[in-house]
Every structure is written in C-alpha cells, then in structure tokens.
Design a protein around this ligand. Structure first.
Ligand SMILES: Cc1ncc(C[n+]2csc(CCOP(=O)(O)OP(=O)(O)O)c2C)c(N)n1
Ligand SMILES: [Mg+2]
Length: 308
C-alpha cells in the first residue's frame, strides 16, 4: 500500500453519535478555512477534510487512560477525544477559554493525556517512552500516535519502532496514508512500503481500506486488545484521501488526484445514502459550528502570563 488509490467503501450511515462527530469535524474545519479566507485567523492550519472517519473510528477503541499523540493535522483527533469545538477554536483564534491559553494554536495542544506537535516524527519516540511507562504502571492502557505517510521519512520513527517491538510496548501507531506529504507524492519519495518497514522491526501491521466506522472498529478491536494486553505494538495504516490543500491554499496536486479524493469523500456518499437523516444531522452540526464561531469570535483575547 504505497498509494491510497483504493475506492473507499462504506455508504451505510454510521450511528447517530458517530455521524454527528464526523459532521462536527467537517463543519469545524470548513469554518476554519472560511475564517482564514476572511483574514480572521493568524498562523496556519492543516485540515483533515476527507480523513475525519479515522479518529471517529478510533474513538470507539480508546479509553480515558490511553494517551493520544497527534500531529499537525490534529483537529479531528482533538474533537474526537474531547468534543470541545469552542475550546479548540478559542485556542486557534487566541480567545478567552482557549484550551492552552492561546499559546499552542492549531498544532500544539496539551490537555490531559493528549498532546499534539507540528514537528514531524517528534511524537513517536515520546509515545514509545509513554508506552514503556504505561506498561510498568497501568497495565491495559496504551499510547496511540497518529502520523502521516510522509513522516516515515524521519529516522526517529525507526528508533521508536525498534524499541517498541524489542520491549513489547503497548504502542498503537495510526498511519493516515493520504499519498502525499505537503507537495510530494509519497510514491515519489518512499521506497518499499509502510507494511514492510513496520514488519522489519517485528511490529505487526494492519491495513484499513474502508471508511466505514463500524467495520473499522470490528476489524481493529481484537488487534487493539492485543496491543493492550499482550505487548504487541501495532501499526495500522489507513489508505485515505486528503480532500483539501496541505494547509490553507497550497494545493499542488493535479486535478484528477483531487477529483479522486472527492469521489471517495464519505460526506458525499452518506448524503446520497440517506438524504433525510444525513440532511438533518448535517444542518444541526453546521448550525452548531456557526454558533460556536460567533460566540468565540466575540470573546476577548486570551491572556497568558508566563510569570504568573
Ligand atoms: C521535522 C519537520 N520537517 C518538515 C516539516 C514541514 N511539514 C509539515 S507537514 C509536512 C508533510 C507531512 O506529511 P505526512 O506525514 O504525510 O502528513 P500529512 O500532511 O499528509 O497529513 C511537512 C513536510 C515539519 N513540520 N517538521
Ligand atoms: Mg501524507
């Protein structure tokens, strides 16, 4: 699996709660792009448009005691964990009530057992260390780390996999393989496969080629249990599609690649599968996000006094 060329199956609408979360993430990120377009946000943002089902599916397999390590494309990971669009938007807008007082922004969030970083390859060694700690102190808990396909170009990934396998650590590596790293197609820079690389260290690998949330959970549940209780680190590689640009407006992909991503979009498939139920849920989440945007934008700036 070096190219996410598969047509993602899954046109059965997920259960209400999962559908609501999918749509919350979708509308939250569309609102972010809109705010950027209107000059209301500083810095940058990387949306997970098209990939929302990955953290939504994982949410049903992770518990409170598990640690989550997210990356630059992490809004969906955060919302799936905390369902806190106001805290995240305040963080990105630098407003009162920001989850990290406005100093973390889109990419650097720390809350409870959740941390994100914009530095490629930084989180996997840290997650491996946390997995060692969990193995010693909290049997049954795991460290889950989200990385992209391009991040397999970082050497630290391999040091981490080596130790995770050698020490039999409860580490779950979720690879969101969207076939591109910023502007470089993965097929042009990766020799071999993620599977072979993971297996070279004795880590198990499982490929996911559907966007059906319930099917993903069924498929992964026994494997995740083995990560927790049998010291079997696991690399789960999702063949997925990045719908939007890398960050805000920097899409260098040929039109046919973008068209393929759009054709695979769960949003379109679900809208067609059950227009009435989908339409109602979609409207509710769009309105919810619009209300959050209006409320958070009216807040005063966040304050952070490093000496306090
Ligand atoms: C160490 C490091 N090098 C380069 C970058 C710039 N950068 C940000 S995202 C990105 C591409 C990441 O690609 P991938 O891992 O496939 O994740 P995706 O963006 O596709 O989700 C790069 C090169 C960075 N953030 N950190
Ligand atoms: Mg990628």
């Amino acid at each position: 699996m070096t190219e996410p060329s598969v047509a993602l199956a899954g046109s059965t609408l997920p259960a209400g709660d999962d559908l609501d979360l999918l749509l919350l993430i979708r509308h939250f990120e569309l609102a972010l792009l809109d705010l950027f377009g209107r000059g209301e946000l500083n810095g940058t943002t990387h949306t997970c448009l098209g990939q929302e089902y990955v953290p939504v599916a994982l949410r049903g397999l992770l518990g409170e005691a598990d640690h989550v390590f997210s990356n630059h494309r992490g809004h969906g990971h955060y919302l799936a964990r905390f369902r806190d669009p106001a805290g995240l938007l305040a963080e990105i807008m630098g407003r009162e009530g920001a989850v990290c007082r406005g100093v973390g922004g889109s990419q650097h969030i720390l809350r409870d057992r959740y941390v994100s970083t914009g530095v490629q390859g930084e989180s996997l060694p840290v997650a491996t260390g946390v997995a060692l700690h969990l193995k010693r102190t909290s049997p049954g808990a795991l460290a889950c780390v989200f990385i992209g396909d391009g991040t397999w170009g970082e050497g630290a990934v391999y040091e981490a996999l080596n130790l995770a396998a050698l020490w039999r650590l409860p580490l779950l590596v979720v690879v969101e393989h969207n076939g591109i790293a910023q502007s470089t197609a993965t097929a042009r820079q990766m020799s071999g496969t993620v599977r072979a690389r993971a297996q070279a260290f004795g880590c198990r690998h499982h490929g996911v080629e559907t966007s059906d949330v319930a099917a993903i959970r069924r498929e992964l549940a026994p494997l995740v249990a083995e990560v927790r209780f049998e010291g079997q680190p696991l690399v789960v590689e999702f063949a997925t599609h990045r719908l939007g640009p890398h960050s805000k407006g920097d899409d260098t992909r040929p039109p046919e690649v973008v068209r393929q991503a759009e054709a695979n979009d769960w949003y379109r498939r679900y809208a067609e599968a059950d227009p009435a139920r989908f339409g109602a849920a979609d409207r509710a989440q769009r309105e919810r996000v619009a209300a959050v945007v209006a409320e958070v934008a009216a807040r005063p700036p966040a304050r952070w006094d490093p000496c306090a």
